[in-house]
Design a protein around this ligand. Structure first.
Ligand code: ADP
Ligand code: MG
Length: 338
């Protein structure tokens, strides 16, 4: 039994991806799910949302152990194997696999092993390295009997992200309403299809190899990468732009999603508001965002003691409803009982 991996991905940055994962992780935990969060973005913003600087400093300077995901894979760059990860406990049912700015240095190793994994023999090492993130996430999930693993990655189509995606069961795509997000969406679909096919070839190559008999209990991820839907950020609307500009880009999303992500025929008759692939429109939370960051909690857990009074208190309870609905919707799409 493996634990499902849900990755939030868009090769356009600044679309609210990290904030979304942070809030959904808390919401799934509130809904009594056991959650592991993996920060595989070398920017490590998600780690910074959960842990204070002192704690992060201690983790990053703790050279010898599996204190961050990078520290766990680092031995692979040498001749050793992965190190068992040490989870950071946030609450009883919320655990973090911390990110690390040093992670980007692993990109070269992954690029080198990618062609090697199509060789005729000696496949175990390349496959071990290419699937290291998935192996680590599964070990971590096992430690705490997790129901779901949520993953944050950087906004690019590089080797780290390819490695994360081949260990991903479900993909959620956060979008802004602008040209760059739509262009990102157009590039993402074909890339996911290519990675899925390339991984299938590698799985077949592995199955035909001597190594697969020799290492018979070595498990590989399925490379499913099933798109769950998209989220649209209302807050990315620039205040100096007319509302029509937002609407113009938003109305192009359903069609682009179908063409690029689903490889399906475009359907211009679908209005964005009726699109079943739209998981939610994310509101602009304004001053609640810095308030939540200051108190290191999700916006829907802010109290009057944190400063959420009057109109803020209403916005907090609306946010709670919105995120609960979103978590339930995603859970429904990935068959996770909540
Ligand atoms: N719903 C929201 N309302 C207002 N600001 C937001 C919202 N979500 C994210 N932000 C802000 O937008 C910026 C980018 O968000 P972030 O989650 O870091 O995006 P990404 O991970 O895609 O780069 C951050 O400063 C964040 O605080
Ligand atoms: Mg981010």
């Amino acid at each position: 039994m493996t634990t499902p991996v849900l990755t939030f991905f868009n090769n356009k940055g600044g679309v609210g991806k990290t904030s979304l994962i942070y809030h959904l992780a808390w919401m799934f935990a509130n809904l009594h799910k056991q959650v592991v969060i993996a920060d595989l973005d070398p920017q490590a913003n998600l780690t910074a949302a959960f842990l204070d600087d002192e704690r992060i400093d201690a983790l990053w300077n703790n050279q010898a152990t599996g204190s961050t995901l990078y520290r766990c894979v680092e031995p692979l760059a040498d001749v050793s194997d992965i190190t068992e990860p040490i989870l950071q406990k946030i609450t009883q049912n919320l655990h973090l696999l911390p990110g690390d700015v040093a992670l980007s240095s692993f990109e070269d190793n992954l690029s080198t092993e990618w062609p090697r994994s199509m060789d005729d023999n000696n496949l175990h090492r390349p496959m071990r390295i290419l699937t290291a993130f998935w192996q680590l996430m599964q070990i971590a999930a096992n430690q705490v009997q997790a129901d779901i693993i949520l993953v944050d990655i950087g906004p690019n189509l590089g080797a780290i992200n390819r490695s994360v995606l081949l260990g991903t069961d479900y993909v959620v795509i956060p979008l802004g309403a602008d040209l760059f997000s739509l262009q990102g969406l157009s590039n993402l679909g074909p890339t996911l299809r290519r990675w899925r096919n390339q991984w299938k070839k590698r799985q077949d190559n592995w199955c035909d190899s001597k190594d697969s008999k020799k290492y018979s209990d070595f498990q590989l991820p399925g490379g499913r990468m099933e798109p769950v839907g998209y989220l649209c950020q209302q807050y990315s609307v620039r205040l100096d732009r007319p509302v029509q500009a937002y609407d113009r880009w938003v109305q192009r999303i359903p069609d682009t999603y179908r063409e690029a992500i689903l490889d399906a025929a475009p359907d211009t008759s679908i209005r964005q508001a009726d699109d079943p692939y739209c998981l939610a429109i994310i509101k602009h939370y304004r001053s609640l965002i810095p308030m939540a960051q200051e108190h290191r909690k999700p916006i829907f857990s802010l109290t009057s003691a944190d400063g959420a009074i009057g109109g803020h208190a209403n916005a907090v309870s609306d946010a709670k409803k919105d995120f609960r609905l979103l978590a339930q919707k995603i859970a429904g799409k990935i068959n996770l009982p909540v």
